[in-house]
Design a protein around this ligand. Sequence first.
Ligand SMILES: NC(=O)c1ccc[n+]([C@@H]2O[C@H](COP(=O)([O-])OP(=O)(O)OC[C@H]3O[C@@H](n4cnc5c(N)ncnc54)[C@H](O)[C@@H]3O)[C@@H](O)[C@H]2O)c1
Length: 260
Amino acid sequence: MSIIKTVVVTGGASGIGEACVSRFAADGWRVVIGDIDAERGEAVSRGIREAGQECRFIAVDVSSEASVATFVEAIYEAFDRVDALVNSGGVLQNAVRVTDLDIAEFDRVWAVNVRGTMLVDRAFARRMTALGTGAIVNMCSLTTFRASPQPAYAPGKAALKSMTETMAAEFGPGGIRVNAVAPGYTLTPAMQERIDSGARDPKAVLDQTALGRFVEPREVAETIHFLCSDAASAITGATIPVDCGWLAYSAYKAYASQPE
Ligand SMILES: NC(=O)c1ccc[n+]([C@@H]2O[C@H](COP(=O)([O-])OP(=O)(O)OC[C@H]3O[C@@H](n4cnc5c(N)ncnc54)[C@H](O)[C@@H]3O)[C@@H](O)[C@H]2O)c1
């Protein structure tokens, strides 16, 4: 009898997380959506069930230790195993000078993106270790690798690469792989909102990207699904860019001379 695999997707109510929910469900996984947005989370979950796949929404605020503990308890009460965890619950930040940064914004971004990832990862890793198998994917960014005028978001995303490597080393002997993806500019609701409000210039994105376009959420989901599959059984501790070539092209274009 084949085992039905279970994946937990935080931030599964929108954007990259929502695309992951669809991707795993299409492959026959049982999906648990964890999100702070209950209305959207329930709607996404309903849509997946209406398509004949298994999905359930459970509310969570990843920045709260108590909320994460309740979330994990509820999942393990309902299911005997979690095979994969995707951390897509997160918040973006608009450009701001360090000297103008509201430190409350710094605290909020770190509480969700960094502390939230730590809380969720370690809670599931404890249970996965008991099972002796599991895959975790964290959400980094281009700012993991490059400077950016987002003085809360960018250092937080750099910290997540280090956290991913620490966890890969610690959990590896217990059979758990921990990786991260670093999406480029991805057309999610959060990104679209910023383009619409003028907080991101789409031309600047397209001009700096080798493939000349935005990343689609489903393309990030595809990489995450791969990292959680047996096809990636030797990959752990990696942070993989999914960026339409922004990292390569922006550096290439910044070089002091260009070929004729
Ligand atoms: N869109 C991009 O270009 C891009 C690029 C690189 C990295 N990322 C990262 O991808 C992740 C998802 O971003 P997105 O663009 O899909 O955004 P999104 O806003 O579309 O989705 C994020 C989801 O996280 C949820 N969330 C926010 N705070 C939460 C909390 N405290 N607890 C639980 N859930 C919470 C939101 O409700 C939302 O459903 C983030 O970590 C973001 O930093 C996005």
